[in-house]
Design a protein around this ligand. Structure first.
Ligand code: NAD
Length: 272
């Protein structure tokens, strides 16, 4: 992140003013694969605002790419978590309970669909591909909420990453459209169910960003150049932009917000 500040990017003085809005908060971050991951931008901003972090990695193959990032973030907990593997998400929460005794923020920044289903028409998608995409990209958020609930005795914030393709048809987003629509709906129902416990739930919906997950979408380059041309702000968002909004939602500044899908897209989604 720039330390000099440019355009809309925070300067050192901005950071000073933002202060330590998450000091003492304990945040779990799922979804860092590399330094381009949206989850990494979110973790970096939350850390900068004072949060303690728990970071997960997908598997042994991913570990060497994530470990240096977790170290740079000063993550106190670093653990494997493939949400499709029985018991791994539960093990992360067991460790958080043992080492931290509670949790304030949990971020789900993961998605997956088998390539053939992701790149084909929705109408041709396989039942199995749809099920896998729905389980990893949506139901695992619900499982995460269930595990977080008892650890958030003093309230907390649950956050998931969505995309505009949930609401409008974005060519080539294919079966991820209905999967993200289910995720955004799950966010609203979880917000309703957990609201009385002061657990707030949000989806964050970034504009297109060049990440590994995005590279699986057909003609993603077209989406990026269209976004630059059409977004009122006139440039792509970066992972720190997404991080700033995500972190904001976890601070007391957002204490009366819940159940929303918050766009971080330079205004792209308002365009007809
Ligand atoms: P990324 O490839 O950096 O992150 C995706 C993450 O999902 C990886 O860390 C991967 O390990 C994880 N993952 C996949 N299967 C998993 C499993 N079974 N268990 C645990 N983790 C698993 O890409 P990203 O763009 O940072 O994606 C993060 C989130 O942001 C996703 O939900 C994606 O749909 C969403 N999103 C991305 C864009 C974009 O343009 N890149 C835009 C809007 C929303």
């Amino acid at each position: 992140m720039s330390d000099t500040g440019s355009g809309n990017h925070p300067s050192p003085r901005d950071w000073e003013l933002l202060g330590a809005a998450l000091r003492g908060k304990r945040a779990l971050v799922l979804g860092i694969a590399n330094a381009h991951s949206i989850a990494y931008g979110c973790a970096r901003v939350m850390r900068r605002l004072g949060a303690e972090l728990a970071v997960t990695y997908l598997n042994e193959k991913a570990k060497p790419h994530v470990e240096p990032l977790a170290q740079a973030l000063g993550a106190g907990i670093f653990a494997p978590c493939d949400v499709s593997r029985e018991g791994e998400l539960e093990a992360v929460f067991a460790r958080i309970e043992k080492e931290w005794g509670g949790l304030d923020v949990a971020l789900h920044s993961i998605a997956f669909a088998p390539k053939a289903d992701l790149q084909g028409r929705l109408v041709d998608s396989s039942g199995e591909g749809f099920k896998v995409a729905m389980d990893i990209s949506c139901h695992s958020f619900i499982r995460m909420a269930r595990l977080a609930e008892p650890l958030m005795a003093d309230g907390g914030t649950l956050l998931a990453m969505s995309y505009h393709g949930a609401e409008k048809v974005v060519p080539n987003y294919n079966l991820m459209g209905p999967v993200k629509a289910a995720l955004e709906s799950a966010v609203r129902y979880l917000a309703y169910e957990l609201g009385p416990k002061d657990i707030r739930v949000h989806a964050v919906s970034p504009g297109p960003l060049k990440t590994r997950a995005a590279s699986g979408l057909k003609d993603f380059g077209v989406l990026l150049s269209e976004a630059t041309q059409r977004a009122p702000i006139g440039e792509l968002v970066d992972i720190d932009d997404v991080g700033l909004t995500t972190a904001f939602l976890a601070t007391p500044f957002a204490r009366r917000l819940t159940g929303m899908t918050v766009y971080v897209d330079g205004g792209l989604s308002i365009m007809g």
